[in-house]
Design a protein around this ligand. Structure first.
Ligand code: ADP
Ligand code: ADP
Length: 222
């Protein structure tokens, strides 16, 4: 079954008198358990598409069904709820809270949802162990390497058991070897059943996914 169903998605930005149409009728289907790369050059509309997939922004027109829910009919609060439940975000620059330990960074989304502190900490430790950071739970981001910081952010994305991991240039701030280790982890997570959507401009990175969706100038090309 489709976790993502998009049909004819259009998105424009108004700039003064001008309108820039960034997504020109995007249709995508992604099934549960897929690892898909959205590949495109800078300026092709990838971040705009990621924001729509992640319910951070909504399309001007077209249909978007996420895990059976029609996104068009939702208000801000409902979108936030769906986003938190459905999507685990992974960013190029990790976006960790620098004052807090790895454990707290990973526990944080659970605490926001009202999970009791001890249970959240236990779950955070378990997920950090799963990503190979069991011996780094008390370290703060700046006490960790880039690859380790990205592992913390993968753990943070996983901790709420989302239906989709949505990663925006997850290797963009890492050297090639460390980036490949993160991609190895994505492949492993996908083999365990996680659905992954990864945005990238890098063909070598995209090739690690099971399927590549090529976006050029706001349109999907073969
Ligand atoms: P095509 O783009 O080839 O015309 P369809 O729109 O006929 O494809 O849909 C093909 C598949 O996409 C269907 O079998 C169904 O699983 C899925 N699908 C179609 N419409 C929806 C929808 N509104 N919500 C979720 N999945 C849909
Ligand atoms: P990519 O992630 O592939 O680099 P983006 O989705 O960030 O592409 O941007 C696609 C185009 O839309 C670019 O020309 C960019 O300048 C423009 N754009 C992106 N966000 C905005 C915005 N909030 N307002 C106006 N233009 C935007």
């Amino acid at each position: 079954s489709n976790v993502i169903y998009m049909k004819d998605i259009v998105k424009s930005y108004k700039m003064g008198k001008n309108t820039l149409t960034v997504l020109k009728g995007i249709s995508i289907k992604i099934e549960k358990g897929e690892f898909v790369a959205v590949l495109g050059p800078s300026g092709s509309g990838k971040s705009t598409l990621m924001n729509i997939i992640g319910c951070i922004d909504v399309a001007d027109s077209g249909e978007y069904i996420l895990s059976g829910q029609n996104i068009k009919a939702k208000n801000e609060d409902e979108l936030a709820y769906i986003r938190n439940k459905e999507i685990g975000f992974i960013f190029q620059k990790f976006n960790l809270l620098s004052k807090y330990t790895a454990e707290h960074n990973v526990a944080f989304p659970l605490l926001l949802r009202g999970v009791e502190k001890k249970a959240a900490q236990e779950k955070a430790r378990k997920v950090l162990e799963d990503v190979g950071l069991g011996d780094r739970i008390d370290h703060k981001p700046l006490e960790l390497s880039g690859g380790q910081q990205q592992r913390v952010s993968v753990a943070r994305a996983l901790v709420g058991n989302p239906n989709i991991l949505l990663a925006d240039e997850p290797t963009g701030a890492l050297d090639t070897k460390t980036g490949n280790e993160i991609l190895d982890m994505f492949v492993e997570l996908n083999n365990k059943g996680n659905t992954i959507v990864m945005i990238t401009h890098d063909l070598e990175v995209a090739k690690r996914a099971g399927r590549i969706i090529n976006v050029i100038d706001g349109e999907i090309v073969d």
